[in-house]
Design a binder for this molecule. Sequence first.
Ligand code: ADP
Ligand code: MG
Ligand code: MG
Length: 891
Amino acid sequence: MSNKWVYLFEEGKADMKSLLGGKGANLAEMTNIGLPVPPGLTITTEACNAYYDNDKNFPSDLMNQVKEALQDVETKLGKKFGDSKDPLLLSVRSGAVFSMPGMMDTILNLGLNDTTVQALATATENERFALDCYRRFIQMYSGVVLDVEHDDFEHILEQVREKQGAKFDNELTPASLQEVVEGYKSLVLQNTGRLFPQDPMEQLEGAIHAVFESWNNDRAKIYRHIHKIPDNLGTAVNVQSMVFGNMGSDCGTGVAFTRNPSTGEKILYGEYLINAQGEDVVAGIRTPNHISTLQKEMPVVFDQFVEICQTLEKHYRNMQDIEFTIQGGKLWMLQTRNGKRTAAAAVKIAVDMVDEGLITKDEAIMRVEPEHLDQLLHRRIDPEAKLTVVTTGLPASPGAASGTIVFNADEADARNKAGEKIILVRTETTPDDIHGIIAAQGVLTSRGGMTSHAAVVARQMGKACVCGCESIRIDYAKEEFSVFTESGAKQTFKKGELISIDGGTGRVIDGEVPMLEPELTGEFQTLLTWADEVRKLGVRANADNPEEAKQAREFGAAGIGLTRTEHMFMAQDRLPIVQEMILSQSQEERQKALNNLLPMQQQDFYGILKEMSPFPVTIRLLDPPLHEFLPNAEELLVEITKLNCALEVVAEEEKEAIRTEIDNKEVLLRNVRQLHEFNPMLGHRGCRLGITYPEIYAMQARAIFQAVAQLVQEGFEVEPEVEIPLVVHVNELAHLRKLVEDVADAVSAETGVTIPYTVGTMIEVPRAALTAEDIALKADFFSFGTNDLTQTTFGFSRDDAEGKFLGYYTENKIITDNPFIVLDRQGVGALMKMAAEKGRAANPKLLVGICGEHGGEPSSIEFCHLINLDFVSCSPYRVPIARLAAAQAVI
Ligand code: ADP
Ligand code: MG
Ligand code: MG
């Protein structure tokens, strides 16, 4: 028995996606639940893979199976493919397992040639329509299969349009269309040296071939790369009988979402065009009508459409993205899939569907991708701000963005790489602009609707987008656009000038605008509460000041997992004192500087502990090497050299002052050099500093405990956790624990307050993990510092690796993920698991958490759940993401 490469739609099911592709499986499902779907067949992804395994040759009996299935379709419709009286026409559509919108090419009206086009005209008594199909077919087929430039066709079309004085394609007369067809055919001959293929079966084979090939076109590859879709899945091919939306005014084509994909509101959302075909709606050729006007134009079709949408939502229990065509007042379904949506919509739809009884709370939690929430945690325009609104377009993708105007994708990409914020402005975008959209903060287009390419892509990426802004006129040559503003004046914006867009309202605003920080509201709050009920992991935040602590609490953090004290040392007014402390030549001098720092640090800790009361706050004592607080040696040298030069030219009486300055700088330089380390990350830092300069840690401990005493006296409940960084040996921790305890006792004696506190350590070096059972005896808690633990386990310097070789490693699959982003379960994770187990075995009360960047990354959070950590800690803005991811890890 040979393989079955071909399935009729009625032979498939929704759960056969990996074999039939997403589109094919859903066409099959719709066929089988009795919806009106034009009959057709699906060639399997296995056939595509066999094609690639077999040196890009079709499996031997593929075409036979296709012909056999096609006969079935012909019988159903009473038409024959290639027939010279009433020809059956086909669409050839790619369909990958994961939908890749606009990434691969569809060919419509296949089967037309110089003979069948006449037959179609006669059979339908509609010559204009037949020629319209033919010119579309030649263009699509030549573009996709024969590799002829799309623009050359557009050029011919435009010329004919101009000659006839037609504004839109659908106004072209049969004579004009005939001219277009002839122009197209000679273009193909010129470009390929061959006549346009007339044999329908040859056309079909060519199209199938091209769909297989499109699996590996650049657009598809980039899309898979961005969305982490494996390269070896292959695409299915759907061969479907055509229905026609371009036959007249009782025909049309459209796309719709069963709910608003921007906001999630339960309202049909979509667009359609009368007398149009295929991608016309999405391509932004004419600006389409809103679906609601269909109710007036074709009430019967509209009612049927609403009913089908409801059926589909109930059946799939999810919001659907639907493509349909109306031919002669009859509705046909051409595609359905779970609709892409903004994070806001995802959250609202998930919560609403629980209320509607369609899905469970657990399902709702799983419906929202944690990373996606990032979008909701973005900034919006300050409603109080005074705005100069220039004009308004369609609110295609929410969020606000400001940036400089750029008109092409390459330049957007280049400027963004140079650190600039960009708003990409185009008449419309195509998949070729993807890199420009990625590079931009937001996208503004002058044509196309809410389902245009720019809108769909921006929503998915969570970028602001305003589209169909028809009042702006873009002049690519001059690199500017002009607009009649709402006050009626004409204004011109040039490349490089600043604008802002508000994708939630469609506003285009002159200049940069003030933005507000995000907050959790309504359904988002509800969903996270459900997540909290399910999750086992605690979620804390990394925060270095009271403002961050406050933000973290608002986002639901129950404590701080890491406060980095060095960030407080970097402040403008403190750095000189810190430098004084570092450079002091005696212990007395150092103590003096430390005494100056003490009240400042105390104030810092007071603020954070108070903000987080009654939750725990982990405070890490000074961690980085000291030279990070000193000026750079090279810069000092330059300054000294300049002073020496000045010495040559200044008047005698000024020399003395300059000499003193040179002396001072030379002393500083000597000190900086003395502190120089070949490998500072592995050098004199962390607890090694604390042990060799005990007065630094003693000052910090005192600052913490005095703040605690003050807060306790004021009636606050506080829970400070003093954390010792970079411990590799239990004796380091034992030594410093004693130091901290002594300070606590002293402060307690001075204030009469019993100081609540615990002492623990970061586990961030393999030796610490390997000897966790010893270290745990001296620790109340462990916190995995997975940034350093990853560096030291891999032996990769993070600062160097990411720029030098890690990119190459991940691109070439030497390793799958950047271990600094996604926790390396096999290596770093194994150390964590072991350390947690050994630590808890030695000290059952040991609290174990993670505070590296990984603490906010969903797959790493899942791992933390699996090894039973007590909590994850991440940046305040990732707290909601962590809450959701922690719940998903349980479900
Ligand atoms: P994509 O994956 O890019 O959405 P599709 O295969 O869905 O590509 O095809 C794009 C459009 O072509 C459809 O939305 C529909 O308008 C049109 N189309 C595809 N097949 C047919 C068909 N059998 N009859 C009429 N129009 C079709
Ligand atoms: Mg489609
Ligand atoms: Mg560290």
